[in-house]
Design a protein around this ligand. Structure first.
Ligand code: NAP
Length: 475
């Protein structure tokens, strides 16, 4: 498919620049070199921050222009759908059908963000206890924003940060995951073509340890928007002091399957949603809690469906499950499965590894204390445990240090109304799995799954400063 190795530059201060170093990105299925991108060093990162500070101070970016740039960018993403999806599939290992869905979603995320630019308003405050005063608020851009993003949705999760930041009128510096940085470079090309003003978008490619740390330690950056692992999220919060961060972190998401549901339908959907992007989705179904009375029927269907998933080359349109992001990650999950089996867990299907490809696995007889239960697996694996009462199921879901989203299959209307108050998560999905996300909805977790909400309408509120104005009308 690929004829030559892509050579990419960095987008800084409205220009494409070469640097002294090179960052290499590999095809995650074949292991071949895919692209070479200019590597940011300390000087380049400093240059990017300077450009963003200057843009914030000196370059006007009115609301109409923000809207137009974001809408044009959405159109350009649509026009470049095939190339973007292939880039995601090659460097991220994501099956091409899912990579296409990611591009389609990114288009919509940009459009929703563009609309939000038009809705930014302050409010009039009642003058109760303030006679002769007119009180109101205005919203203004917070300043320079840094986005640090993960490998698993290299386009849409970057767009979820760039869209709201630009809609709010802020310059943004993007540090993408090194493993999938080519997609971000391509996005910057399209943002440039869409007419983003000079200095409003910069891309600095390099590792978290170098580029990431420099960004965290630079006081000129006022807001960090991070999606990634809880460990790095905590580190960011500790490093930046009083400056603000939106942290979208990991989870070991659960889905409850109650006795009053269509078992076959639930099992089929879970088989698919536990394995999207080889399970490397923050809301992937990792823990399933099934009512005792339907466990056998559920497992029969789940195991059959999981075993039928097509595993292999992400560029093949029939592939459901591609490689994990690296062999190291595949070996990690292999060792977690071994640990579970040594403790009495039963692997009903899958679990075998070849290089970075792991056969989708279903496990039972798992218990608290095992990594595949307590930690975020981020792999094509699902464990199934049964419960007797719904109170027990709720306790099992909540017995986690994470709390991003949870799903529940039930036809009990009363239960579906009660359950959001009982589960310790940021989103409850009724009659679907924990994995559902629409890009316009508020999205973000509790506990170690992070803080703040994404979804352009919600993210934008964290990216504007509310300034209160009081006018003394008696002077
Ligand atoms: P990660 O290892 O935490 O990396 C995320 C980003 O942080 C990368 O760009 C990484 O750079 C950077 N980074 C690493 N060390 C850093 C440091 N010391 N300072 C600043 N930045 C640093 O996460 P990942 O493996 O890419 O992604 C998987 C994680 O993301 C999972 O936990 C998943 O649940 C979470 N996630 C959450 C959501 C959500 O919305 N809640 C969505 C998707 C993914 P390099 O990799 O280039 O070194």
């Amino acid at each position: 498919m690929q004829s030559s190795i892509l050579k990419e530059k960095l987008f800084i201060n409205g220009e494409w620049i070469e640097t002294e170093g090179t960052h290499q990105v590999f095809n995650k299925y074949t292991g071949e070199l895919f692209s070479e991108i200019a590597l940011a060093d300390e000087k380049i990162v400093d240059q990017a921050i300077n450009a963003a500070v200057t843009a914030h101070k000196e370059i006007n970016f009115p609301v109409e222009q923000r809207y137009e740039v974001l809408m044009r960018a959405a159109d350009l993403l649509k026009q470049n759908q095939t190339a973007l999806a292939e880039t995601i599939a090659i460097e991220g290992g994501k099956p091409i059908s899912d990579a296409n869905v990611e591009v389609t979603r990114s288009v919509s995320t940009l459009q929703v963000a563009a609309e939000e630019a038009k809705k930014l308003t302050g409010e009039i405050i009642p003058n109760y206890n303030a006679p002769g005063r007119f009180l109101y608020t205005v919203k203004k851009p917070v300043g320079v924003v840094a986005a640090i993003t993960p490998f698993n949705f290299p386009l849409n999760l970057v767009v979820h940060k760039v869209g709201p930041a630009l809609a709010a009128g802020n310059p943004i510096i993007i540090k993408p995951a090194s493993d999938t940085a080519t997609t971000t470079v391509k996005l910057c090309e399209l943002l440039e073509e869409a007419g983003v003003p000079k200095g409003y978008v910069q891309c600095v490619v390099g590792s978290g340890r170098t580029v990431g740390e420099q960004l965290l330690n630079d006081e000129r950056i006022v807001h960090y928007t991070f999606t990634g692992s809880p460990a790095i999220g905590k580190h960011i919060q500790q490093t930046i002091g009083l400056r603000k961060a939106t942290l979208e972190l990991g989870s070991n998401s659960a889905t409850i399957v109650h006795h009053d549901t269509d078992v076959e339908k639930a099992a089929k959907k879970i088989a698919r949603m536990a394995n999207v992007n080889a399970g490397q989705v923050c809301i992937s179904v990792q823990r399933v809690f099934i009512h005792d009375s339907i466990k056998e029927a559920f497992l029969d269907t789940l195991v059959r469906e999981v075993a039928q998933l097509k595993v292999g080359d992400p560029l093949n349109k029939d592939t459901n499950v591609g490689p994990m992001i690296s062999e190291k990650e595949a070996r990690r999950i292999e060792s977690w499965i071994d640990e579970a089996v040594s403790a009495g867990a039963v692997v009903l299907t899958g679990g075998k590894r070849e290089g970075s490809v792991v056969q989708p696995a279903v496990l039972t007889n798992v218990k608290k204390g095992l990594k595949i239960v307590d930690e975020e697996a981020f792999a094509p694996i699902v464990s199934v445990s049964s419960y007797d009462t719904i109170e027990e199921a709720v306790a099992l879901v909540n017995d986690s240090k994470y709390g991003l989203q949870a799903g529940i299959y039930t036809s009990d209307l009363k239960l579906s109304y009660q359950i959001p108050y009982l589960l310790e998560v940021g989103g409850v999905i009724v009659n679907d799995t924990s994995s559902f996300r629409a890009d316009q909805m508020p999205y973000g977790g509790v506990k170690e799954s992070g803080n703040g909400k994404e979804g352009p309408a919600y993210a934008i509120q964290e990216l504007v400063e509310t300034v209160t104005v009081v006018v003394n009308l008696e002077e």
